[in-house]
Structure formats: C-alpha cells, structure tokens
Unconditional design. Structure first.
Length: 600
C-alpha cells in the first residue's frame, strides 16, 4: 500500500470516530525553479480516545527532483504514538513506517534504491514526582530494500533498539538545579550505534544577580557499513554490506552566564562557552580530528545620566583544530575590544562615537609555522541623528578602518599589506503628512591598500552608491515607522486594510585601480542601475504584493515578485509566490512556491 493511501485511511478513520481532536495541523509546501522541484507534506494530529490518554499521528512526505539531470529523492513516513497515564506510570506504544527512494542517472551501474522500514515499540515511564522521571523503552525493526546491483533481489534485515533516560530537578532559595542522563542502542544487520549522554544545569534569577550554568557530556559509537558488489555467486553480481570502519565521537559542552545589575544605570555580564569534540576511527585513522573552542566575553553597560550611555565589550576566543596525520593543524586566537558612547542631547537627537580593536592570530605548529598569519583591524565610528522641525530626519555615519595583514614567514611576506578605508554614509528622510515619506541614502567609500615590502605595489577600491525611495502607506506610515519622535506627531487611526507603495531608484559604481608610480590607473569598473516599484495591499485576512524590478548597466536583470497570502482562520495560512528572474525576457527562471498551514 502506498503511504499516501495509508495516510488518507488513517485520517479518515480518525475523523470517523467522532472524537474531538486536541491539535490538528497540516502543512504543505511546493517550490520549483529551473533546476529543482520540491514538494513536502506534514501532518500532526492529537486527540484523547481514552481517559488520561493522548494519541499522536505524524505523517511526512518529501520529494525532490533535479531537473537539470534525472535525479529523484523521496522520503515518506507515518508514526503513531499512544500514551496512557496511570498514576505514577506512563505507558507509550509506538508504531511507524518509513519509505525511501533514491535514483540518479549519474550512477549508471546502480539500480533505483527503495527501502521500507517498519517498527513497533513500547516505553514505560515512572514519575513519582514532577521533578523526577525514569523512562525505558524498546523498539523492534523490520527492513527490506532493493539491491542496487541485482534487479529484483530484496535485501532484508531486522533488529532492535533499547533506550532509557532519567532526569531529576530541585529548587531551593531561588536556585534551580537538575541532572539528566540518556542511553540509546540500536542494532540491525548492517546498522549499529550506541550513544550515551549526561547533562546538568544550575540556574538562579533575582533582582540583582542571575547566573546560568549548563553542562553536557556525550559519546557515540557507530559501525559504518558500505554496500558493495558480491562476486562470490556464479553468473551474477549482487549487493553485500561490509563493515567498513568503526567510529567514536565524544563531545563536551559547557555554557555559563553571570549577570550583575546593582542599579538601573549599571550592568555587567560575563559569558563563557567551552566546546570539545573528538572523532576517532579504527581503520581510517588519517581522518581522526578534534576541535576545541573556548569563547569568553565581558560586557559593561553604564548610564550615569538618563541621556548618556556607555557600553564596552571585551571578547576572547581560542580554537584548536587538530588532525592526526596532517600538517594543517591550526590554532586560532581572537581578541576584541569595543566601546561606544551615545548622548541624546535632545529627545531623538543623538550623537555617538565608538572604537573597536580586533586581533586575530593563526598558527600552524605542525607545519613549522609556515602559514602563520596575524590580522589586526581598528575601526572608528562617529554617528549623528538630528530632527529638523520634527519631520526631517538627518542621519550621518562616518567609519575609518585600519587593517594590517601580516604573514610571519618570509616566503609569504609579499602578501603583507596595510589597508586604510574611509566610509561616509549620510541619509535624509522627509515625512510628508502621516502617510508619505521620501528617503535618500548615500554611500561613499575608498580603500587604499599598501603592500608593505613593495613601494610601487598599491591598490585602490572606491564605491559610490545612492538610493531614492518614495513611500506611501495608508496604515498610516507614522504608526508603522517605530520612530519614537514621529510617533508623537498626530496621525489618523488605523483601519482594517492598508495599502503600501514605494518607488525606488538606485545607483552603484565600483572601481578598482592600481598604482602606477604617481597616480592610480583604473583597470576595472562596473555600474549598476536599479528601478523598482512595490505594491502591498492587505484587506482584512487577504494580503498580496507585486514588485517589478529592472537592473541595467554592466549587467542586466529582470525580476518580478508576486505574492499572495490568505489567513482563513486564526491559525491557518495559505501563501503563494511567483518570481521570474533572469538576464533576458526569453530565458527567465520561473521560481514559484505554494505553502499551506492549516489548523483545524
């Protein structure tokens, strides 16, 4: 029986019982473009057929097709879970079915792959108190799959899965602590894994002090099987799973947070995250590797006056990536210090200044430090926001970046360089009435790169961009702007529908130049113009958007975005989008998507 038919039968039987469901959800999505097509269905259904019981039904179908060549993948699954609560005991019965299909014409020697798996399980939970849980369960599996080497040959396997978990928690004096453990073991004819984990937490929250500590330790072992040809049978070749390798994975994770706020004007926070992962294989030892990362940050927030704020953040991270038999083991250290001062001298009018320093050190100790690299970036920023007669908003931002890129080894020292970057970003927004806005945005940038050991080797990059946008919003715009200064202006009441339109024109020019002794010579440049119109309209529960856009200059692009959404219940939504895009009207990539989320 196909899964779609089986799923329909299950849904029909559930509705036929006349029982009231606690939770119903059906999600459908479809997307397609020139190269790929995807279809996905999800069903979740919950109800109580018996006293103190809960029945869960979960269904999934997913299909992907590659259109540029013949490839198709499909996954279908159906799961049923019935839970019964009886005082301190919780009984759970699980059953499920999964279907896999995989085919590609790039694999000429392989047949299409089909796999069918069914399972049946039981779980018993013991809950003497709300803070203590002990649970154990078992599942049995049956699987059949088509041989990828011999047409018509079915490969069957069976096995079981054992799992258990326990968790306990307690609270005292505003502090919450807990401990948990899990173990899982699955064994089939050509699939085996065993995993175990231990976790603990310690939390506290009060008016002045808060801390959170989380710890997790886990380990997993896998037997890796590979399907290959079996040539021992005369006159035919069939598939045979062989044990390829055994793999062990260990991980350790700790995350901590400490926050202290003695008053509203002062706050300090400390965060720490430590991660360690190790992968070991018995045979293919050259792939053994390990990761170790430690990240810490210290932040201060000080507001001595209501209109003045000062924030400072200090960050440090250290990472080690190790390989067993390779010379590219590397150590990376990052240090960052950033501080920013903001002053609101008039309501809405602000002046801010900041500086940040980033230092990155990368070393390769197993390769005689030949590729070691130091990178330093210093950034200064200055910003100002000013309102003129309430309706004209001026914003100015200036950035100055100094970057030094240094290679320690003399062979790579020709790559050492110093970059000086200047960026100016002014904006002007004019509010007309309560529904109309005219916004202007500009960006001027220049990067000067000096290669340290070659006086004549210099480079220049410069950029100029601008954007003009005229916006009409019947909501009205002021109510949607989230601007604290404009929200104080009078505006009309919001209605049940809203119409938003905007007309946009943009320009961008990029130029790349080399130094020729006394001046820079431009050797490459590109230009881009963009014109777009946007129409958005929502009428109570119906919403649609239309946005045509055309770009020209060094390259061309046609782009049309059409969208529609209908909220037919409080929690149900139907969405559709169509987006043709391309460099030519005769060769457009028609991207489309449909999604349905129904709660009933």
């Amino acid at each position: 029986m196909k899964l779609n038919s089986l799923l329909s039968a299950v849904i029909f039987s559930l509705f036929g019982t006349g029982l009231v469901a606690q939770y119903n959800n059906l999600d459908f999505s479809f997307s397609a473009n020139r190269s790929v097509r995807n279809v996905e269905n999800n069903l979740q259904y919950q109800m109580s057929p018996l006293r103190s019981s809960l029945l869960k039904v979960r269904g999934l179908t997913y299909r992907e097709e590659r259109l540029s060549f013949s490839q198709e993948n499909q996954i279908s699954a159906l799961e049923l879970d019935l839970a019964l609560d009886r005082k301190m005991l919780r009984h759970s019965f699980q059953s499920g079915y999964q279907y896999l299909f995989d085919y590609s014409d790039l694999e000429e020697s392989f047949q299409p792959y089909r796999s069918k798996t069914g399972f049946l399980g039981y779980t018993l939970g013991f809950l003497p108190t709300d803070s203590l849980l002990i649970e154990a369960g078992v599942k049995g599996y049956l699987r059949s799959e088509e041989d990828r080497y011999l047409l018509g040959n079915i490969m069957s396997s069976d096995g079981h899965q054992l799992f258990g978990r326990a968790s306990a928690g307690a609270g005292f004096g505003g502090v919450r602590a807990g401990l948990g453990a899990e173990i899982d073991r699955k064994k089939m004819d050509w699939e085996y894994y065993q995993s175990a984990s231990l976790n603990a937490y310690l939390h506290h929250q009060s008016d002045y002090l808060a801390f959170n500590n989380n710890f997790n330790l886990s380990q997993r072992r896998d037997d890796l099987f590979v399907l290959g040809p079996d040539r021992t049978v005369p006159d035919r070749i069939r598939g045979l799973y062989k044990l390829y390798d055994r793999q062990k994975r260990r991980s350790l994770l700790y995350s901590g947070f400490l926050g202290y706020s003695p008053s509203e004007s002062f706050q300090v926070t400390l965060q720490e995250v430590f991660t360690q992962r190790v992968i070991e294989l018995e045979e293919n030892v050259v792939r053994n590797n390990a990761d170790q990362v430690n990240q810490a940050s210290l932040a201060f927030s000080l507001a001595p006056w209501s209109k003045l704020g000062w924030n400072t953040v200090l960050k440090h991270s250290y990472a080690i990536k190790e390989f067993s038999n390779a010379q590219n083991t590397r150590h990376t250290e990052n240090r960052n210090l950033g501080t920013n001062l903001a002053w609101e001298y008039i309501f809405g009018d602000t002046l801010s200044a900041g500086v940040s320093v980033d230092l990155q050190i990368t070393s390769f100790p197993d390769d005689n430090n030949r590729w070691d690299n130091d990178l330093r970036n210093i950034r200064f920023n200055l910003g100002n926001v000013h309102y003129w007669r309430d309706r004209l908003k001026l914003r100015n931002a200036i950035f100055w970046n100094l970057t030094d890129d240094v290679y320690i080894n003399e062979i790579l020292s020709n790559n050492n360089k110093h970059t000086n970057s200047l960026i100016y970003n002014p904006e002007c927004a004019i509010l007309i009435g309560d529904r109309l806005l005219f916004n202007q945005s500009y960006l001027i940038r220049a990067d000067y790169t000096d290669y340290v050991y070659d006086e004549a080797d210099k480079a220049l990059y410069r950029q100029l961009s601008l954007e003009y946008k005229l916006v009409f919003d019947s909501f009205p715009f002021i109510a949607r702007s989230q601007d604290q200064r404009w929200l104080l202006l009078p505006y009309r009441n919001k209605g049940t529908s809203a119409l938003l339109t905007d007309l946009t024109f943009g320009f961008e020019r990029n130029e790349y130049a080399d130094y020729s002794g006394s001046f820079y010579t431009i050797n490459f440049k590109n230009t881009r113009y963009t014109a777009a119109f946007t129409l958005k309209h929502d009428i109570q529960d119906v919403y649609y958007v239309l946005k045509p856009q055309y770009s020209w200059g060094t390259w061309k692009e046609y782009n049309l975005m059409c969208g529609f959404a209908w909220k037919f219940t409080d929690f149900s939504l139907l969405e559709f989008s169509l987006n043709p895009v391309g460099e030519s009207l005769n060769e457009l990539d028609w991207r489309t998507s449909v999604s349905l989320s129904a709660h009933f």
